[in-house]
Ligand binder design. Structure first.
Ligand code: FES
Length: 123
C-alpha cells in the first residue's frame, strides 16, 4: 500500500508515514504525536492544523470557513492526505485561526461555503 510522508514543521521536521485512507489525526495519534482534538467528526475546530505544503481531502469538515481554508487550515480528524504533506500542528499553528468578528468581520466570500453560496444556487 502506498503511504504518504507527513512532515511536522514545528516538531523539528519529524516525518511520519501514514495511510492515505485514514484521517491524519488517527494516523498521527497512533504514532505518538501529541495533538489537540475534541469531536473527531470535523465540527469543533479543535484539531485544526496549518497545511504548509501538499494536498488533503477534507470535504467532510464543517468547522472551517472559507477564510480559514484559504489561510491553509485543515481539520485533521477528517482530512486524508492526497500527497505527501508538511503541517504545522497544535495550538501554535492557530495564530491566524480566529479573528475578532467585531473588529474585523468576515466578507461574504470568507464565510463558510454553505453560507457564502448565493440563495439561487442552493436549490
Ligand atoms: S476534533 Fe473536532 S473538528 Fe476535529
Amino acid at each position: 500500500m502506498t503511504q504518504h510522508r507527513i512532515t511536522i514543521a514545528n516538531r523539528d521536521n519529524a516525518v511520519y508515514r501514514v495511510d492515505p485512507h485514514k484521517p491524519l489525526l488517527t494516523s498521527l495519534l497512533d504514532q505518538g504525536v501529541d495533538l489537540p482534538y475534541g469531536c473527531k467528526y470535523g465540527g469543533c475546530i479543535t484539531c485544526a492544523a496549518r497545511l504548509i505544503a501538499g494536498e488533503v481531502n477534507q470535504k467532510a469538515q464543517v468547522a472551517l470557513n472559507n477564510r480559514q481554508i484559504n489561510d491553509g487550515y485543515v481539520i485533521l480528524c477528517v482530512a486524508r492526505p492526497v500527497t505527501d504533506c508538511t503541517l504545522e500542528i497544535g495550538v501554535e499553528s492557530h495564530g491566524d485561526l480566529y479573528r475578532n468578528p467585531f473588529l474585523d468581520p468576515l466578507a461574504a466570500h470568507e464565510l463558510k461555503a454553505d453560507i457564502a453560496t448565493p440563495l439561487e444556487e442552493k436549490t
